[in-house]
Design a protein around this ligand. Structure first.
Ligand code: NOJ
Length: 527
């Protein structure tokens, strides 16, 4: 386990929307370098950069054309190496996004694989050896010289790399132990080595749970791949970190990941925490991605002032996962949001967001802050871009100041990657810097507190002290620190002995012989 993760707080950057330094309307790597001091000022000491590789961008870069080349729109490989160096100078680690399950249909491996004549890449992707039959998985027919159909991993532009099948049921399906499938794994490791040798500190791994096809729920074949990758890291890159998009921390940590995201998949507790549409009208679409029809007025997120949120709904899902992940030696990563989910600001206002973030940044595991969430950027209702669809509204340009395009870019307004928030009260970094009570400065204070007390580290103890169904406050303990939170509009009390001194607060709390009282929308840390 890389030691630096104990105190790590990540900042996720969607590179096309962060900071444009060459005026072409798209963010770039130099733009990230320019803002490293800002990122450091938040207390973030690690980055996850969404895919920045050469790509036709039909899925915003998750369709990789060349794993070893930076997309020209972001800069050059040399720019990325410089970014690694500048980040390291400031004590910031950098994770790239690794997309192991598929490439772009324009990748050289796939083009070779589409040829009828057998070659080195014929088995690099999952091909069925017939053209005129329907299979159970999504396959594409009629696009290749090769007489066969190829399996998709996600969009049509993303053919599935071949890691084999767990239990092959057709003659053309290879066992995951087949040498051809092992070769795919070695190719993946080669890509990892390429970037790790040049200063990268690890990877966020896309759809990490879905490499071997036709698996049972234990994911035995896919886990075997990651165990082997972890062995490589332990031997040659012991400081490199891996975080998975798996949404099953015990399983992914068992497979060798250091951390797994708590995402808004059913059963993870994330949704009941940050957005909870269980009261929504029956025709409302409650998915985190296609959110057009969501009835947000019914949100019961735990942090909503009038939401009647119930922390037990989160804890019942989270606690077993947390305990098992801890036993297995890994971390659950709670995110403020990400590029695939609606921004929390869609349903939580600034005061509610302060409490949500105070909670996220005092929990065990390794937290992730999505760019712009620190100022409460909105989810915008805008047309799709590069395969974003309902996710596009969470991917708009960072709002730095009141200059042109809110400081994101000097390009003409119509040439920027996505529109900026045009409301007169669009939050900006510049405005919030000046206000000591802004969301931005609250985020800074909480993250600083996390760094100040080792009890708040990733592996510091976590214990639930007071949590009742439909009752507040919620009190938990991190090491020697007690933390109490009351998101509601009512003053609440609990007859619980905590410490003697409040060392940090949002809103107001008081301690007396009986216990603790918290005014509406308050959060306190007690020593
Ligand atoms: C998950 C990524 O986060 C998402 O943005 C992408 O579209 C899919 N995986 C496919 O790579």
């Amino acid at each position: 386990m890389p030691k630096w993760l104990q105190d790590a707080v990540f900042y996720e950057i969607y590179p096309q929307s962060f900071n444009d330094t060459n005026g072409d309307g798209i963010g770039d790597l130099d733009g990230i370098v320019e803002k490293l001091d800002y990122i450091k000022s938040l207390g973030c000491n690690a980055l996850w950069i969404n895919p920045c590789y050469d790509s036709p961008f039909k899925d915003a870069g998750y369709d990789v054309r060349d794993y070893k080349k930076v997309a020209p729109r972001y800069g050059t490989n040399a720019d990325l190496y410089r970014l690694f160096g500048e980040a390291h100078k400031r004590g910031i680690h950098v994770l790239l996004d690794l997309i192991p399950g598929h490439t772009s249909e324009e990748h050289a491996w796939f083009k070779a694989s589409q040829k009828q004549e057998r070659n080195e890449y014929s088995d690099r992707y999952v091909w069925a050896d017939h053209t005129f039959r329907i299979e159970n998985y999504p396959y594409v027919a009629g696009e290749s010289e090769r007489d066969g159909i190829y399996m998709l991993n996600f969009y049509k532009c993303q053919p599935a790399l071949n890691y084999g099948f767990f239990n092959p049921t057709e003659p053309w399906q290879m066992s995951y132990k087949d040498p051809a499938c092992q070769k795919t794994k070695e190719a993946l490791k080669d890509v990892m080595r390429f970037w790790l040798d040049r200063g990268c500190d690890g990877f966020r791994v896309d759809m990490a749970n879905y490499l071997v096809k036709g698996e049972d729920e234990n994911r035995t074949g896919t886990c075997a791949i990651w165990k082997d990758v972890r062995k490589m890291l332990e031997k040659d890159y012991p400081d490199a970190a891996l975080v998975s998009e798996w949404a099953n921390p015990p399983q992914s940590i068992g497979a060798g990941f250091h951390m797994d995201f708590l995402l808004n998949n059913p059963g993870t507790g994330y949704s009941t925490l940050m957005r909870d549409y269980s009261n929504a009208k029956s025709n409302a679409n409650t998915s985190g991605v296609n959110n057009k029809k969501v009835d947000v007025t019914s949100d019961r997120s735990f942090f909503k002032k009038d939401g009647n949120g119930d922390i037990m709904r989160f804890l019942n899902d989270y606690l077993p996962m947390y305990k098992e992940s801890k036993e297995k030696g890994g971390y659950v990563s709670i995110v403020t949001c990400n590029h695939d989910t609606p921004r929390a600001r869609r349903t939580l206002d600034y005061d509610e967001l302060k409490l949500a973030y105070a909670f996220i940044f005092t929990m065990p595991g390794v937290p992730f802050l999505y760019y712009g969430d620190e100022i409460g950027m909105r989810y915008l209702d805008i047309p799709t871009k590069e395969g974003g669809y309902g996710r596009t509204g969470s991917r708009t340009p960072m709002q730095w100041n009141r200059n042109k395009n809110l400081g994101f870019s000097d390009a003409h307004e119509e040439d920027i990657y996505l529109p900026v928030d045009s409301s007169s009260d669009a939050p900006t970094v510049e405005a919030q810097e000046k206000d000591p009570n802004s969301l931005l400065n609250t985020v800074r204070n909480i993250i600083n507190l996390r760094h100040e007390y080792t009890d708040l580290n990733a592996d510091g103890d976590f214990e639930v002290i007071y949590a009742k169904e439909s009752e507040l406050p919620f009190i938990y303990k991190r090491g020697e620190l007690y933390i109490a939170i009351n998101p509601s509009a009512k003053t609440v009390t609990a007859n619980v002995k905590t410490g003697s001194k409040i060392i940090y607060s949002i809103g107001n709390g008081t301690l007396n012989n009986e216990g603790i009282t918290l005014e509406p929308q308050s959060f306190v840390v007690i020593k």
